[in-house]
Design a protein around this ligand. Structure first.
Ligand code: NAG
Ligand code: NAG
Ligand code: NAG
Length: 554
């Protein structure tokens, strides 16, 4: 099989299959055709889940086999988990690093109460891209005026110092924060701001453009390939954290304005928008399906062999699902593997040590038997048989590789990443090891460029979140992520280094306007952190020491 073409085909087939299964299993009218799916409110956007499935499956496989993406067993497990989570409406657990005493929401609420009396309250705050964009004057303001909606416009021709306070108050008290990310600006500070607001659970409406590619002009300067990637990853991170709160991201400004008017009129949250607003709702965006696969995989790897006996599988099953395989289920498996009739096995001792299972088969068993609901199991059978045909040719058996499990850790080592970024290995990790503290190093894994629910899980299983924004990276994505977790009220420690004229960013020297934009982002993040009582350092070692002391005293 040609890996490149195969991978694309499998990906397409998987996506189609997931769409189908979500449609059949969760939709109210089981048999509807795919063509109508866009307007079906029960068909949720599962793009992120697909990203994660593919990513985890790649992590569990070797590099050479990466083209195969997902085995059938893994696929079954993922889709079963997905369906069960949807069925049970699993609530989101709070992050370990959450600071219960100073929750962002409470703080904001009291602030809002305080300032509500002293300054006018605007319905909409118009945040996001400023000069040279004209979306406020040309599109948003005429429409809002038309609808009689009050707004605060921070883009002014004559800027004065006292506007800082006015703008801050308007932002705190506005009912809706309306952000536009236009490709003609770098949007660094706006990305950090919107990510923070999403963390604070404010009513946020986000309109996102995309950068066209290396060489596109910003401020009359062509951006390099690296800068294009950094800015694009920044937008993706913002989109991911916003969608992670169940808030849809818009592609078109008029559509977003119409929805803003509705949010105000009916006192809704952006999360409540649905198909009738031409918005695809995001349901349970934080599902961590990869987690199950990794658990299963770890259990399998611990047995140190390519196959495990059914007796061992029984233990693994218990570990992963917290349930026992019943005698009946064990009998089914033995019958299937030995090619025997179930009646033949009745009453006899089951040969649990003579039946061997591969990792893939184990995945299938967990997927199959975990769900006791017979009605959906029948639907499942119909589905798996048809998908088996599609994917049948793409199911090689692959060797497995140990990957980290997702138990709780002391410190998450977030922040700048890249080939030339070494603070984790040279500074942080030696210090943590000396204190016997555990850590997650997100830079150690394959970087997917998206915030996968899996990675969010790693952060949420950490007690302290350390973000180091170095002066050798643009750090857009890292700053947005840090800001989001500050907004969520988590235990964050920051190290922020300003970029100087001498700084080389991945070997590139920045233009004046770029330097100004990236440093404005750094200042914005630092200010925000100071307001929220988050410690900010310039020196990496001091930041690590602070994170360590937080772990030791908590
Ligand atoms: C689903 O979300 C992804 C990104 O998360 C987006 O690119 C895609 O267009 C969305 N699909 C639909 C149908 O809205
Ligand atoms: C916004 O609403 C107006 C008036 O209801 C409508 O004419 C227009 O088509 C809508 N635009 C979008 C993009 O939804
Ligand atoms: C980067 O920041 C560190 C810490 O403040 C500083 O020692 C170093 O000189 C800076 N490098 C550049 C090129 O600005």
């Amino acid at each position: 099989m040609s890996v490149g073409v195969g991978a694309t085909k499998v990906k397409a087939a998987l996506y189609l299959a997931l769409v189908l299964v979500s449609h059949c299993c969760w939709g109210p009218a089981g048999g509807r055709v795919l063509g109508q799916s866009y307007s079906d409110p029960h068909l949720y956007n599962i793009t992120m889940t697909v990203h994660e499935m593919l990513h985890v499956a790649r992590e569990c496989s070797t590099r050479e086999a990466a083209g195969h993406l997902l085995t059938f067993g893994e696929f079954c497990l993922f889709t079963t988990e997905l369906r069960q989570c949807y069925d049970r409406e699993i609530p989101r657990p709070p992050p370990l690093s959450k600071l219960s005493d100073k929750s962002c929401v409470d703080k904001k609420r009291s602030e809002r109460k305080m300032s509500a009396e002293s300054s006018p309250k605007y319905e909409v705050f118009l945040g996001g891209s400023c000069n040279p964009t004209t979306w406020r004057q040309n599109v948003a303001i005429p429409m809002l005026r038309d609808q009689g909606i009050s707004f605060y416009n921070p883009q002014v021709s004559h800027w004065e110092e006292e506007l800082v306070e006015l703008e801050y108050k308007a932002k705190q008290t506005a009912s809706v924060l309306f952000f536009v990310f236009d490709r003609n600006t770098r949007n660094v500070a706006s990305m950090i701001e919107a990510a923070y607001m999403a963390g604070c659970r404010r009513k946020l409406v986000v309109v996102m453009d995309s950068y066209t590619g290396p060489g596109q002009l910003i401020n009359g300067e062509a951006i390099s390939e690296q800068e294009y990637e950094d800015l694009t990853n920044g937008l993706h991170t913002v989109q991911d954290v916003v969608e992670c709160q169940g808030i849809p991201v818009f592609g078109e400004i008029n559509h977003a304005l119409n929805c803003t008017a509705k949010i105000l009129r009916e006192n809704l949250h952006p999360q409540d928008l649905g198909a009738e607003d031409h918005v695809q709702p995001i349901k349970y965006p934080y599902l961590q399906l990869g987690d199950k696969l990794i658990k299963l995989h770890d259990a399998f790897v611990n047995t140190n062999s390519e196959q495990i006996t059914l007796a061992e599988a029984r233990v693994v099953y218990k570990v992963v699902t917290n349930k026992d395989l019943t005698t009946e289920e064990l009998r089914d498996i033995v019958a299937a593997k030995k090619g025997k009739n179930i009646q033949e096995l009745n009453g006899a001792e089951l040969p649990l040590n003579e039946v061997y299972l591969t990792f893939d088969e184990l995945c299938c068993i967990v997927a199959e038997f975990k769900n006791q609901n017979l009605e959906s199991r029948r639907l499942w059978d119909v589905f798996t048989h048809s998908v088996q045909k599609v994917l049948g040719w793409a199911l090689p058996r692959r060797p497995l590789r140990q990957i980290s499990n997702t138990g709780g850790r002391d410190i998450y080592l977030g922040g700048s990443m890249g080939n030339r970024v070494t603070w984790r290995e040279t500074v942080a990790i030696p210090m943590l090891l000396k204190h016997g503290l555990s850590y997650f190093n997100p830079a150690a894994g394959a970087c997917s460029g998206r915030l996968l629910p899996m990675e969010a899980a790693l952060m949420e299983h950490s007690r302290v979140l350390l973000f180091v924004i170095t002066n050798t990276t643009r750090g857009v994505s890292a700053m947005a992520l840090a800001s989001h977790y500050i907004g969520l009220g988590c235990n964050v420690v920051l190290c922020v280094q300003m970029i100087t004229d001498e700084s080389l960013v991945n070997g590139e020297r920045l233009s004046r306007s770029a330097l100004k934009d990236y440093n404005r982002g750094r200042s914005y993040l630092t200010d925000q952190a100071n307001k929220d009582g988050i410690p900010v350092f310039i020196n990496i070692q001091e930041a690590v020491e602070c994170a360590i002391s937080k772990c030791l005293t908590r």
